[in-house]
Design a protein around this ligand. Structure first.
Ligand code: LMR
Length: 334
Protein backbone atom coordinates (compact mmCIF):
# COMPACT_ATOMS: atom_id res chain seq x y z
CA UNK A 1 0.00 0.00 0.00
CA UNK A 2 1.26 3.46 -0.86
CA UNK A 3 0.85 6.10 1.85
CA UNK A 4 0.18 9.53 0.55
CA UNK A 5 2.14 12.49 1.86
CA UNK A 6 -0.88 14.17 3.55
CA UNK A 7 -1.39 11.08 5.68
CA UNK A 8 2.31 10.94 6.59
CA UNK A 9 2.23 14.60 7.56
CA UNK A 10 -0.77 14.02 9.82
CA UNK A 11 0.92 11.03 11.40
CA UNK A 12 4.03 13.10 12.17
CA UNK A 13 1.87 15.76 13.81
CA UNK A 14 0.10 13.20 16.00
CA UNK A 15 3.40 11.62 17.02
CA UNK A 16 4.90 14.98 18.03
CA UNK A 17 1.72 16.01 19.91
CA UNK A 18 1.83 12.76 21.90
CA UNK A 19 5.52 13.30 22.64
CA UNK A 20 4.84 16.89 23.75
CA UNK A 21 2.02 15.73 26.02
CA UNK A 22 4.41 13.33 27.69
CA UNK A 23 7.13 15.94 28.20
CA UNK A 24 7.27 17.05 31.81
CA UNK A 25 6.62 20.67 32.73
CA UNK A 26 10.04 22.05 33.67
CA UNK A 27 10.45 24.44 36.59
CA UNK A 28 13.84 26.08 36.74
CA UNK A 29 14.51 26.98 40.37
CA UNK A 30 17.51 29.22 40.77
CA UNK A 31 19.20 30.24 44.00
CA UNK A 32 22.49 31.64 45.23
CA UNK A 33 23.49 29.50 48.22
CA UNK A 34 25.21 26.12 48.54
CA UNK A 35 23.24 22.85 48.49
CA UNK A 36 24.23 22.20 52.06
CA UNK A 37 22.19 25.04 53.60
CA UNK A 38 18.57 25.33 54.74
CA UNK A 39 17.48 26.82 51.38
CA UNK A 40 19.63 24.43 49.35
CA UNK A 41 18.19 21.41 51.13
CA UNK A 42 14.61 22.69 51.01
CA UNK A 43 14.73 23.39 47.27
CA UNK A 44 16.11 19.90 46.61
CA UNK A 45 13.35 18.51 48.83
CA UNK A 46 10.76 20.46 46.82
CA UNK A 47 12.13 19.06 43.54
CA UNK A 48 11.78 15.52 44.91
CA UNK A 49 8.28 16.09 46.30
CA UNK A 50 7.08 17.81 43.12
CA UNK A 51 8.18 14.83 41.00
CA UNK A 52 6.57 12.41 43.46
CA UNK A 53 3.21 14.18 43.86
CA UNK A 54 2.77 15.05 40.17
CA UNK A 55 3.92 11.53 39.21
CA UNK A 56 6.63 12.93 36.98
CA UNK A 57 4.49 15.53 35.25
CA UNK A 58 6.69 18.26 36.72
CA UNK A 59 10.47 18.29 36.71
CA UNK A 60 12.08 20.84 39.00
CA UNK A 61 15.65 21.68 38.01
CA UNK A 62 17.49 23.32 40.89
CA UNK A 63 20.41 25.60 40.03
CA UNK A 64 22.30 26.32 43.27
CA UNK A 65 25.19 28.61 44.18
CA UNK A 66 24.48 31.35 41.59
CA UNK A 67 25.32 28.90 38.76
CA UNK A 68 22.48 30.28 36.65
CA UNK A 69 21.94 33.82 37.94
CA UNK A 70 23.28 36.15 40.61
CA UNK A 71 21.04 38.12 43.00
CA UNK A 72 19.88 40.92 40.77
CA UNK A 73 19.66 38.97 37.53
CA UNK A 74 17.57 36.20 39.02
CA UNK A 75 14.72 38.62 39.83
CA UNK A 76 14.75 39.90 36.25
CA UNK A 77 14.92 36.34 34.91
CA UNK A 78 11.83 35.40 36.90
CA UNK A 79 9.83 38.33 35.61
CA UNK A 80 10.90 37.55 32.04
CA UNK A 81 10.00 33.88 32.48
CA UNK A 82 13.57 32.58 31.97
CA UNK A 83 13.23 30.82 35.35
CA UNK A 84 10.01 29.83 37.08
CA UNK A 85 10.96 29.79 40.75
CA UNK A 86 13.30 31.56 43.18
CA UNK A 87 13.69 31.96 46.91
CA UNK A 88 15.44 35.31 47.36
CA UNK A 89 16.15 36.62 50.79
CA UNK A 90 13.53 39.05 52.11
CA UNK A 91 16.22 41.75 51.98
CA UNK A 92 16.28 41.64 48.18
CA UNK A 93 12.79 42.87 47.29
CA UNK A 94 13.50 46.60 47.65
CA UNK A 95 14.99 47.02 44.16
CA UNK A 96 11.81 45.43 42.80
CA UNK A 97 9.84 48.24 44.43
CA UNK A 98 8.32 46.16 47.22
CA UNK A 99 9.99 48.03 50.08
CA UNK A 100 7.69 46.68 52.77
CA UNK A 101 9.69 43.44 52.87
CA UNK A 102 12.57 45.35 54.42
CA UNK A 103 10.63 45.28 57.69
CA UNK A 104 12.25 41.86 58.19
CA UNK A 105 15.69 43.54 58.09
CA UNK A 106 15.05 45.92 61.00
CA UNK A 107 17.68 45.22 63.65
CA UNK A 108 16.43 43.28 66.67
CA UNK A 109 12.82 43.21 65.46
CA UNK A 110 12.47 39.50 66.22
CA UNK A 111 13.77 37.93 69.42
CA UNK A 112 13.40 34.37 68.21
CA UNK A 113 11.81 32.07 65.62
CA UNK A 114 8.52 31.95 67.56
CA UNK A 115 7.99 35.70 67.20
CA UNK A 116 9.11 35.61 63.59
CA UNK A 117 6.63 32.84 62.73
CA UNK A 118 3.78 35.02 64.03
CA UNK A 119 4.53 37.12 60.93
CA UNK A 120 5.66 34.58 58.33
CA UNK A 121 2.89 32.15 59.20
CA UNK A 122 0.19 34.71 59.90
CA UNK A 123 -1.91 37.44 58.27
CA UNK A 124 0.86 40.08 58.09
CA UNK A 125 3.05 37.70 56.12
CA UNK A 126 0.21 36.84 53.76
CA UNK A 127 -0.55 40.52 53.13
CA UNK A 128 3.11 41.14 52.31
CA UNK A 129 3.23 38.30 49.79
CA UNK A 130 0.13 39.71 48.09
CA UNK A 131 2.07 42.92 47.37
CA UNK A 132 4.16 40.99 44.85
CA UNK A 133 1.27 40.25 42.51
CA UNK A 134 1.23 43.60 40.65
CA UNK A 135 4.87 42.84 39.77
CA UNK A 136 3.83 39.61 38.05
CA UNK A 137 5.13 37.54 40.94
CA UNK A 138 3.27 35.10 43.15
CA UNK A 139 4.57 34.50 46.67
CA UNK A 140 4.17 30.86 47.64
CA UNK A 141 5.78 30.56 51.07
CA UNK A 142 8.33 31.80 53.57
CA UNK A 143 11.33 29.62 54.28
CA UNK A 144 13.53 30.23 57.30
CA UNK A 145 17.22 30.63 57.39
CA UNK A 146 18.26 32.23 60.65
CA UNK A 147 19.60 34.98 62.82
CA UNK A 148 22.74 36.80 61.73
CA UNK A 149 26.14 37.26 63.32
CA UNK A 150 28.60 40.00 62.45
CA UNK A 151 32.07 39.04 61.25
CA UNK A 152 35.21 41.07 60.53
CA UNK A 153 38.96 40.94 60.97
CA UNK A 154 38.74 42.70 64.31
CA UNK A 155 36.49 41.87 67.25
CA UNK A 156 33.15 43.69 67.06
CA UNK A 157 31.96 43.87 70.65
CA UNK A 158 30.79 47.46 71.09
CA UNK A 159 29.12 49.96 68.73
CA UNK A 160 32.40 51.92 68.49
CA UNK A 161 34.17 48.87 67.06
CA UNK A 162 32.17 49.15 63.84
CA UNK A 163 33.41 52.66 63.06
CA UNK A 164 34.95 52.85 59.59
CA UNK A 165 34.55 49.13 58.90
CA UNK A 166 33.49 48.40 55.33
CA UNK A 167 30.65 45.94 55.67
CA UNK A 168 29.06 43.96 52.85
CA UNK A 169 25.27 44.04 52.88
CA UNK A 170 22.42 42.71 50.78
CA UNK A 171 20.49 45.21 48.66
CA UNK A 172 18.37 46.64 51.49
CA UNK A 173 18.15 50.27 52.57
CA UNK A 174 17.35 49.10 56.09
CA UNK A 175 20.60 47.16 56.27
CA UNK A 176 22.39 50.22 54.92
CA UNK A 177 20.91 52.31 57.72
CA UNK A 178 21.71 49.62 60.28
CA UNK A 179 25.41 49.69 59.34
CA UNK A 180 25.51 53.49 59.32
CA UNK A 181 23.88 53.62 62.75
CA UNK A 182 27.12 52.28 64.24
CA UNK A 183 29.46 54.19 61.94
CA UNK A 184 30.22 51.33 59.54
CA UNK A 185 30.38 51.82 55.76
CA UNK A 186 27.85 49.60 54.02
CA UNK A 187 28.57 48.14 50.62
CA UNK A 188 25.89 46.33 48.60
CA UNK A 189 27.28 43.26 46.87
CA UNK A 190 25.96 40.07 45.28
CA UNK A 191 26.26 37.03 47.53
CA UNK A 192 28.48 35.20 45.02
CA UNK A 193 31.12 37.93 45.29
CA UNK A 194 31.40 38.15 49.06
CA UNK A 195 34.08 35.54 49.70
CA UNK A 196 36.51 37.15 47.28
CA UNK A 197 35.72 40.65 48.51
CA UNK A 198 36.53 39.57 52.05
CA UNK A 199 39.66 37.73 50.96
CA UNK A 200 41.06 40.67 49.01
CA UNK A 201 40.02 43.30 51.55
CA UNK A 202 37.49 45.04 49.29
CA UNK A 203 35.30 44.84 52.39
CA UNK A 204 36.33 44.24 56.00
CA UNK A 205 33.36 42.32 57.26
CA UNK A 206 29.78 41.25 56.81
CA UNK A 207 26.73 39.68 58.50
CA UNK A 208 25.33 36.20 57.93
CA UNK A 209 23.38 33.36 59.39
CA UNK A 210 26.00 30.73 60.23
CA UNK A 211 25.00 28.29 57.48
CA UNK A 212 25.73 30.92 54.81
CA UNK A 213 29.02 31.95 56.39
CA UNK A 214 30.28 28.39 56.74
CA UNK A 215 29.08 27.02 53.39
CA UNK A 216 30.82 29.88 51.53
CA UNK A 217 33.98 29.40 53.64
CA UNK A 218 33.82 33.01 54.77
CA UNK A 219 35.16 31.94 58.16
CA UNK A 220 38.46 31.24 56.42
CA UNK A 221 38.77 34.91 55.52
CA UNK A 222 37.29 36.48 58.66
CA UNK A 223 39.28 36.45 61.89
CA UNK A 224 36.43 37.35 64.23
CA UNK A 225 32.75 36.71 64.59
CA UNK A 226 30.27 37.98 67.19
CA UNK A 227 27.09 36.04 67.97
CA UNK A 228 24.85 39.10 67.99
CA UNK A 229 21.72 37.55 66.43
CA UNK A 230 20.82 41.16 65.65
CA UNK A 231 18.68 40.47 62.63
CA UNK A 232 16.90 37.83 60.65
CA UNK A 233 17.58 36.42 57.17
CA UNK A 234 14.91 34.30 55.52
CA UNK A 235 13.26 33.79 52.16
CA UNK A 236 10.11 34.27 50.14
CA UNK A 237 9.62 31.44 47.68
CA UNK A 238 8.27 33.08 44.56
CA UNK A 239 7.11 32.09 41.10
CA UNK A 240 6.18 33.82 37.85
CA UNK A 241 2.45 34.48 38.28
CA UNK A 242 1.54 33.95 34.64
CA UNK A 243 3.34 30.61 34.62
CA UNK A 244 1.70 29.52 37.88
CA UNK A 245 -1.81 30.56 36.86
CA UNK A 246 -1.35 28.78 33.53
CA UNK A 247 -0.62 25.40 35.10
CA UNK A 248 -3.31 22.69 34.90
CA UNK A 249 -5.36 22.99 38.10
CA UNK A 250 -4.55 19.45 39.31
CA UNK A 251 -0.80 19.99 38.83
CA UNK A 252 -0.95 23.35 40.62
CA UNK A 253 -2.69 21.70 43.55
CA UNK A 254 -0.02 19.00 43.73
CA UNK A 255 2.72 21.62 43.62
CA UNK A 256 1.00 23.58 46.40
CA UNK A 257 1.07 20.43 48.50
CA UNK A 258 4.76 19.88 47.64
CA UNK A 259 5.46 23.47 48.66
CA UNK A 260 3.61 23.04 51.95
CA UNK A 261 5.64 19.95 52.82
CA UNK A 262 8.89 21.63 51.75
CA UNK A 263 8.09 24.67 53.89
CA UNK A 264 7.53 22.48 56.95
CA UNK A 265 10.81 20.75 56.19
CA UNK A 266 12.72 24.02 55.61
CA UNK A 267 11.48 25.55 58.84
CA UNK A 268 12.20 22.38 60.78
CA UNK A 269 15.84 22.08 59.72
CA UNK A 270 16.87 25.76 59.61
CA UNK A 271 17.88 26.23 63.24
CA UNK A 272 19.64 22.90 63.45
CA UNK A 273 21.57 23.58 60.22
CA UNK A 274 22.72 26.94 61.57
CA UNK A 275 23.69 25.47 64.95
CA UNK A 276 25.71 22.76 63.22
CA UNK A 277 27.41 25.29 60.95
CA UNK A 278 28.42 27.33 63.99
CA UNK A 279 29.96 24.25 65.60
CA UNK A 280 31.94 23.62 62.41
CA UNK A 281 33.15 27.22 62.32
CA UNK A 282 34.31 26.88 65.92
CA UNK A 283 35.98 23.53 65.22
CA UNK A 284 37.87 24.98 62.24
CA UNK A 285 39.76 27.27 64.60
CA UNK A 286 40.03 29.85 61.83
CA UNK A 287 37.64 32.39 63.33
CA UNK A 288 37.50 33.57 66.90
CA UNK A 289 33.83 33.23 67.90
CA UNK A 290 32.69 35.66 70.58
CA UNK A 291 29.40 35.48 72.49
CA UNK A 292 28.56 39.02 73.67
CA UNK A 293 27.37 39.57 77.22
CA UNK A 294 23.73 40.72 77.58
CA UNK A 295 25.01 44.25 78.33
CA UNK A 296 27.20 44.29 75.21
CA UNK A 297 24.33 43.06 73.06
CA UNK A 298 22.03 45.67 74.58
CA UNK A 299 24.52 48.45 73.75
CA UNK A 300 24.47 47.41 70.08
CA UNK A 301 20.69 47.11 70.17
CA UNK A 302 20.37 50.63 71.60
CA UNK A 303 22.73 52.07 69.00
CA UNK A 304 20.70 50.50 66.20
CA UNK A 305 17.24 51.29 67.60
CA UNK A 306 17.01 54.57 65.68
CA UNK A 307 16.91 52.62 62.40
CA UNK A 308 13.29 51.67 63.12
CA UNK A 309 12.09 55.30 63.10
CA UNK A 310 14.45 56.30 60.33
CA UNK A 311 13.04 53.66 58.00
CA UNK A 312 9.40 54.26 58.86
CA UNK A 313 8.63 56.27 55.74
CA UNK A 314 10.31 53.70 53.51
CA UNK A 315 8.71 50.54 54.93
CA UNK A 316 5.42 52.06 56.05
CA UNK A 317 4.53 52.82 59.65
CA UNK A 318 1.50 50.53 59.53
CA UNK A 319 3.63 47.54 58.45
CA UNK A 320 6.16 48.10 61.24
CA UNK A 321 3.41 48.56 63.81
CA UNK A 322 1.60 45.46 62.63
CA UNK A 323 4.79 43.50 63.34
CA UNK A 324 5.26 45.08 66.79
CA UNK A 325 1.65 44.21 67.60
CA UNK A 326 2.05 40.54 66.65
CA UNK A 327 5.38 40.07 68.43
CA UNK A 328 4.49 42.21 71.46
CA UNK A 329 7.77 44.13 71.39
CA UNK A 330 8.82 47.53 70.09
CA UNK A 331 12.61 47.78 69.84
CA UNK A 332 12.40 51.38 68.64
CA UNK A 333 11.56 52.42 72.21
CA UNK A 334 14.84 51.82 73.98
C1 LMR B 1 22.93 37.06 51.05
O1 LMR B 1 23.04 37.65 49.97
O2 LMR B 1 23.72 37.23 51.99
C2 LMR B 1 21.82 36.06 51.22
O3 LMR B 1 20.65 36.64 50.77
C3 LMR B 1 22.10 34.79 50.49
C4 LMR B 1 20.96 33.84 50.65
O4 LMR B 1 20.25 33.61 49.69
O5 LMR B 1 20.83 33.32 51.77
Amino acid sequence: MKLNSAFLGLLALVVSAVAAAQQPIVIKFSHVVANDTPKGKASDFFAKKAAELTKGKVKVEVYANSTLYKDKEEMEALQLGAVQMLAPSLAKFGPLGVKEFEVFDLPFIFDNYTDLHKITQGPVGRQLLAKLEPKGIKGLAYWDNGFKSFSANKPLKAPEDFKGQKMRIQSSKVLESQMRSVGAIPQVMAFSEVYQALQTGVVDGTENPHSNLYSQKMHEVQKHMTLTEHGYLGYAVITNKKFWDGLPADVRGQLEQAMKESTDYANKIAKEENDQALEKVKASGKTQVYAPTPAERMAIKKAMAKVHKEMESRIGKEVIEAVYKETGSDPSKL
